[in-house]
Design a protein around this ligand. Sequence first.
Ligand SMILES: Cc1cc2nc3c(=O)[nH]c(=O)nc-3n(C[C@H](O)[C@H](O)[C@H](O)COP(=O)(O)OP(=O)(O)OC[C@H]3O[C@@H](n4cnc5c(N)ncnc54)[C@H](O)[C@@H]3O)c2cc1C
Ligand code: SF4
Length: 478
Amino acid sequence: MAKERMLQFVTVEREMPEKRPADLRAQDFHEIYREFAAQKAAEQASRCSQCGVPYCQSHCPLHNNIPDWLRMTASGRLEEAYALSQATNTFPEICGRICPQDRLCEGNCVIEQSGHGTVTIGSVEKYITDTAWENGWVKPVKPAVERAESVGIIGAGPGGLAAADMLRRKGFQVTVYDRYDRAGGLLTYGIPGFKLEKPVVMQRIDQLEASGVNFVMNCKVGEDLSFDAIRGQHDAVLIATGVYKMRDVGGPGVGQKGIVQALDYLTASNRKSFGDEVEAFDNGDLDASGKRVVVIGGGDTAMDCVRTAIRQGATSVKCLYRRDKANMPGSRRETQNAEEEGVEFVWLAAPKGFAGNGAVEGVMVQKMRLGAPDATGRQTPEVIEGADYVEPADLVITALGFEPEDLPVLWGVPELAVTRWGTVKADFQTHQTALPGVFAAGDIVRGASLVVWAIRDGREAADAIEAYLAQPASVAAE
Ligand SMILES: Cc1cc2nc3c(=O)[nH]c(=O)nc-3n(C[C@H](O)[C@H](O)[C@H](O)COP(=O)(O)OP(=O)(O)OC[C@H]3O[C@@H](n4cnc5c(N)ncnc54)[C@H](O)[C@@H]3O)c2cc1C
Ligand code: SF4
């Protein structure tokens, strides 16, 4: 019944809003949706075969106790399911929404392997925690004992916030510094709202503030406050700054109006959803509405750009990728979503430059074929000579990935060891860097990765910081 009502609602809303029956008003939607979600969650949870070989659990970076919380959900014990789920995951409702489950828990579900379609673990996880929020089961942290030691966390993304939560639970005084005006890192300004609604992120930030986490926003470490000053103010420091240096496209015509970087484009769109004034969006530069949009890249960020452009009302959206569909680095599910929404993929196509006379008019494309495998076994794209053409575009968005900023130079700390890729060197279990009392977590250590891994790192780093602060001062300083 709930499903029928929901479908009726969606169909009427989409196809003939003027004929919406009087008993089916927008305010009913939430109620209908909740009923539908409850039914769906119970249905999916009861599909779990409790197989005894929980590959789903071992392929979840947080090793969530999935079979047990599915069993509890199937039998209506939602508060217990929530308690179990949040014991291993700081932000289950966020992971439930945006983990690439097809590559993690759901991709390893035994039922999926046997060809009967995976249990939709992520949506059940989301349902459990959304219900917990609605029922007031998610409470601010009240540590049993307050401790005098303080920890400074640089970066308010999922890595930093997961550590902040765990450290407050242990009673430490926690201050999080971030250069943005809002906390959340890429949860707030990178990932689009149609995948992760912003109120879902903001309620977590509010909860952390209510738990006693002190946020210092609009504070760019290295410019507004030195790294040494932060070290001087705290007994331990966690670096969780993510990776933000965007890889660029070269070639003639670069730098023209209308060629923009993915994160600038997505940040502007996310800021608008908060109601902010964004000059570069309001003057049309970062708005895809009415434009022919070409996105360059084949990862998840590219998928977020094409799907955002569709929602902004672009007249056409194409995605150029230099390999073929089978070799796309992004999530299959995301690519499929984009295709269903009307995005056209141009496989085996690499940008060579840009046409236009000050304002971009198109992307100069080289057609590619896949040649011999490289050392990693992946086929190398090769240019097909004489097959170049221009793909018309009014807005080109480059989404070729991210690299770490040069923290030792930017922060004036050459002793902070980094890898040859520029990521901060940290012990993979304790997350301790080359500097005593300084730890690092998330993308700044792994390179561009996933939210769930940043959460795991942040939680582990909090444990390691606790152990470090428990040592006698002479040992800790070594
Ligand atoms: C567009 C996009 C979409 C994505 N979609 C997904 C997805 O669907 N699912 C998924 O699992 N992962 C996704 N990811 C990856 C995921 O967002 C990251 O792996 C994750 O956010 C990393 O967390 P983090 O805490 O390490 O860093 P971040 O989230 O990047 O947070 C770092 C924070 O540090 C702050 N900071 C940086 N330098 C300084 C400084 N000098 N001083 C003060 N503050 C500083 C930044 O402002 C930022 O708030 C996506 C990434 C992008 C770019
Ligand atoms: S955290 Fe991610 S991988 Fe783990 S169970 Fe949840 S959705 Fe799956």
